[in-house]
Write a protein that binds this ligand. Structure first.
Ligand code: SF4
Length: 245
């Protein structure tokens, strides 16, 4: 891929109109979709319960590690009823490789107990119900809604927030405000895939420390072009071909 030698956005110009911002944001998303045709939730799951659990477990660890413990975890506890009745030490042993095993075990026991008490052991398909579950915030709820229920949701994790700001789509730092401002730029039906595209781009090219600007397919629409190396050869070395290690 040839990187542009300069950004086409005049960042010193007055704020662009809303229409051009919308057009630029949607064009950027379309190019990211072409760049990452396999973009999806990088956590493995078979049903909403599994996705809810693995998303909770993915805090402060990698998707790869969570995917590695998943078969053992769900072979032992295939549903909320089984997990709510789990022997604490056995569960701690299974989630041990993820770190913070006591806290994670406690979260899973409380979460499963709440699913049993309030939802008949099923994962609810509404945001307002999901965020009332222990240990489930808006980010986790939107992951579950978007990927297990097909309800459009924007997942503002660290990558999404950073990229939305770099791309000039928002100046907000509060995740809920980012969610609403960015959501307003796109059709609702595109929210879930938009989240995957930005997160994949953040994991592979637009890194927090050294974004690979010289190897970035959306550089021409990015006011932050130049925040990382623009030399194509230098930038190419920064590109990761896989997701989180
Ligand atoms: S890699 Fe550089 S040009 Fe591309 S989106 Fe990130 S900051 Fe912008």
């Amino acid at each position: 891929m040839s990187a542009p030698s300069r950004t086409l956005i005049d960042v010193s110009a007055p704020a662009t109109s809303r229409t051009s911002l919308v057009r630029r944001a949607r064009k950027t998303d379309r190019v990211l979709a072409q760049t990452y045709p396999d973009a999806r939730c990088e956590l493995d799951f078979d049903d909403p319960f599994q996705l809810l659990v693995v998303t909770v477990l993915s805090a402060q660890t990698t998707d790869k590690r969570v995917n590695a413990v998943r078969p053992t975890l769900f072979a032992a506890y295939p549903d909320a009823a089984a997990m709510a009745a789990a022997d604490r030490e056995t569960l701690e042993g299974i989630v041990g490789p993820l770190g913070f095993f006591r806290a994670k075990t406690e979260s899973l026991l409380k979460l499963s107990a709440a699913l049993m008490a309030d939802h008949g052991g099923q994962v609810p398909g509404r945001l307002e119900d999901l965020v009332k579950l222990p240990g489930v915030g808006r980010k986790t709820a939107n992951v579950v809604l978007g990927n297990a229920f097909g309800v459009p949701g924007i997942t503002v994790d660290t990558h999404f927030g950073r990229l939305a700001r770099r791309l000039g789509w928002t100046e907000q730092t509060d995740p809920v405000k980012v969610e609403h401002e960015v959501g307003a730029l796109f059709e609702k039906r595109d929210w879930t895939m938009l989240s995957h595209h930005l997160i994949w781009h953040g994991r592979r090219r637009c890194h927090a420390q050294k974004p690979a600007c010289g190897a970035c397919p959306v550089a021409r629409w990015c006011p932050s072009y130049g925040e990382g190396p623009t030399d194509p050869e230098v930038a190419a070395k920064l590109v990761k071909t896989e997701g989180r290690a």
